[in-house]
Design a protein around this ligand. Structure first.
Ligand code: N7H
Length: 519
């Protein structure tokens, strides 16, 4: 990490070069020992994390000393604990936040190199009610954040009766995100935080996330490699990989002149370099999902039933389990393509022979169904870029729960909770997570303007109230037929992903945490 002297020199250089003011990052003592091995996993399919040197060499880089580590790092965590808490004693909490917690908060700069990573990274975020409890009443310009996720279950299609009671209401004030390569390290750090904060907080809920073991490292519980497609953040991502869309930092980070949200009042200055964190505990019914695939293999001449089942799963997601995009490899998995980060994200859904809207792209689902999960949430080429590129999120999720047991596999019934601890970062929740979930994922007509007006909701995470969902285009054999004929839809009998709740949080910058502590 930057020692204080380096930090000051770095800041002065930037200020001198740019003539702009940056928030003053509080000088922090490094209390934690450092490591020599990385705390991250690094599957070849995933875009890497830039080095601190590569970021520093960029023109006017983001202020990575001030931005908390999790926001830009993406889905590389090996183990991560989400510890949700309620603040009982704001005065004590703020005192401890300033004196003991702030020095532990891990910045983006620190996370970029093995030798500057702490043993356990510590990040913190607050809900709206948490900020208010701490006496911070500033308008952050985000009505969803103020409302809290529980009050928006209708908008995002959740069934609140399925929520873990910990997330019901607005009782959660904050969350610690603790990341390391072992759960022991995390538990040691948690014990230390609990000892510092004592009875000033009460635990609401905790969720231990972990990368899956062995050759499943980087794969989520259904078996698909996750974390491949992330936007490139201008003034941070280096190098930008083929197929990555460069996006302004202001899409994810609040702040001044480059916060792009039209009509939103200027954000309060201490919020600069912070980001809204959407947390979702998404349970995955893996044995049930597997049984559905086994029972419904796509009937393709050249494929065995087992391969037909694999193809159905791949067409629901838009990628094979390895991570290879089905648009580039429509009939079989291609691990070499998956593991090549220069190729595995380099595609659009435009049919090359006929890339004009209004032509073949509007009925051709041969290579990729309109409703495949990754096409729903990022319809590359289906929309005008000005619309398509304004809803990016940075995903920073991690699987939770154990592997499927043999009893669950043989009964095709889930008995142990597992799923995805979903995290997204955005500078405007309505433009990011809420838009994706309510307008793209849960709309049966999206992508709009195709020949089939009833494409169906997202087959992986879309819902029509938990009941059966009809999805067109999953079967590649029928794409030229009348897609509005339900006979040709694949019927998914139930949701295999069930929301157990979540919360909207704000992950302040390090200077922002200092402000909150002194509010
Ligand atoms: Fe998704 N899955 O395993 O099927 N997701 N997702 N997601 N997701 C992606 O590119 C999955 C969820 C996005 O740019 C992949 O990383 C599962 C939510 C976005 O091409 C896979 C769950 C939201 C992308 C999965 C889940 C999103 C994406 C491909 C829940 C937003 C990038 C690998 C349990 C509200 C799309 C990759 C692009 C990719 C899966 C949730 C959004 C395999 C199981 C809730 C933006």
């Amino acid at each position: 990490m930057h020692r204080p002297s380096t930090l000051i020199v770095f800041s002065l250089l930037c200020l001198g070069q740019l003539g702009v003011s940056r928030p003053e990052v509080p000088r922090r003592r490094t209390l934690q020992p450092r490591r020599t091995n990385s705390m991250f996993i690094n599957p070849p399919a995933l875009p890497g994390i830039p080095t601190a040197q590569a970021v520093a060499a960029l023109d006017n880089p983001l202020d990575t000393d001030n931005i908390q580590a999790d926001i830009l790092a993406g889905m590389h965590k090996n183990k991560e604990l989400f510890f949700f808490f309620h603040i009982n004693d704001p005065a004590t909490f703020k005192t401890k936040l300033a004196s003991n917690i702030l020095p532990l908060i891990t910045s983006t700069t620190e996370i970029l190199s093995n030798t500057t990573q702490p043993i356990t990274a510590v990040n913190i975020a607050f809900s709206h009610t948490g900020l208010v409890a701490l006496g911070v009443n500033d308008d952050l310009g985000d009505p969803d954040f103020v409302a809290g996720q529980f009050n928006e279950t209708g908008t995002i299609g959740d069934n609140p009766s399925l929520w873990d009671p910990a997330f019901a209401g607005t009782n959660i004030h904050g969350v610690f995100l603790l990341a390391s390569d072992t759960v022991d390290n995390i538990n040691t750090q948690l014990a230390s935080l609990q000892s510092i904060l004592g009875t000033s907080i009460t635990e609401n809920h905790r969720l231990q996330g972990a990368s899956r073991p062995g050759d499943q490292e980087g794969h989520e519980h259904f078996g698909f490699m996750d974390g491949i497609a992330q936007p490139a953040v201008n003034r941070f991502t280096s190098p930008v990989l083929p197929g990555q869309t460069p996006v302004d930092g202001g899409t994810f980070l609040l702040g001044g002149d480059w916060d792009p949200v039209d009509g939103v009042p200027a954000r309060t200055s201490w919020a600069k370099d912070g980001s809204f964190l959407v947390f979702r505990q998404l349970q995955q019914l893996v044995p049930e999902f597997n049984k559905f695939l086994t029972d419904n293999p796509l009937d393709v001449d050249t494929l065995t039933p087992e391969q037909g089942s694999e193809l159905l799963g791949a067409r629901m997601v838009g990628r094979w389990k390895s991570g290879a995009p089905i648009f580039l490899s429509p009939t079989h998995d291609d691990p070499d393509l998956a593991n090549d980060k220069f190729r595995n994200n380099n595609f659009t859904y435009l049919v090359e022979s006929n890339p004009e809207p209004g032509t073949e792209n509007h009925f051709n689902q041969t290579n990729c169904p309109f409703g495949a999960h990754i096409r729903k949430v990022h319809p590359r080429g289906d929309l005008d870029p000005s619309v398509e590129n304004s809803h990016f999120i940075i995903r920073s999720s991690i699987p939770y729960g154990p592997e499927v047991t043999s009893a669950e596999a043989s009964s095709s019934t889930t008995s142990v909770d597992r799923g995805l601890a979903f995290v997204s970062y955005q500078s405007n929740i309505n433009n990011g997570f809420v838009f994706l979930q309510s307008i793209w994922i849960n709309s049966i007509g999206f992508p709009f303007g195709k020949v089939d007006p009833t494409i169906g909701v997202d087959p992986i995470i879309g819902t029509v109230g938990g009941g059966p969902k009809n999805i067109s285009g999953l079967d590649p054999a029928v794409f030229y037929l009348n897609q509005s004929d339900p006979v040709h839809d694949v019927v998914i009998p139930r949701d295999f992903v069930v929301s157990r709740g979540g919360e909207y949080m704000f992950a302040p910058s390090i200077s922002g945490i200092s402000f909150i502590a002194s509010a």
